[in-house]
Design a protein around this ligand. Structure first.
Ligand code: HEC
Length: 99
């Protein structure tokens, strides 16, 4: 019983730390780092389509299309599903700022 309660307190703490981290440093950078594995570090290949330097509105629009399930082969839909609109906007802005 006590053990279970301790576990939940621990999880809540981890969640708090994780959300605090998204607010430090360049906005969007930590969220965008989830994309580096496939789209290259900082969104600059090699890998699937390079994202750096695309316009923010284009990246955001594509993410929304993936999220809706109407676009892509399923890989991106699964990624896009995990983000809120505000987070996708941050990610899109960050990639657009990369030259
Ligand atoms: C597991 C690999 C993988 C990860 C991780 C990944 N992507 Fe993708 N992404 C792909 C693949 C594969 C495609 C192209 C295939 C398709 O259309 O579904 C793609 C396509 C895209 C496109 C369309 C590019 C174009 O020029 O048409 C955008 C935008 C995009 N991804 C953004 C992101 C963002 C932002 C993230 C991080 C939140 C991300 N991706 C994470 C594999 C990945």
């Amino acid at each position: 019983m006590y053990r279970v309660r301790f576990l939940f307190t621990g999880l809540a703490l981890v969640a708090t730390v994780a959300s605090a981290q998204t607010t430090v440093g360049q906005p969007g950078r930590l969220l965008a780092s989830n994309c580096f594995q496939c789209h290259g570090t900082n969104g600059k290949g090699p890998g699937f389509d390079s994202l750096a330097g695309k316009s923010s509105s284009e990246i955001y629009k594509e993410l929304k299309e993936f999220q809706s399930g109407k676009e892509g082969n399923g890989i991106m839909a699964r990624h896009a599903m995990g983000y809120t609109d505000a987070q996708m906007q941050l990610i899109a802005n960050w990639f657009a700022s990369q030259k």
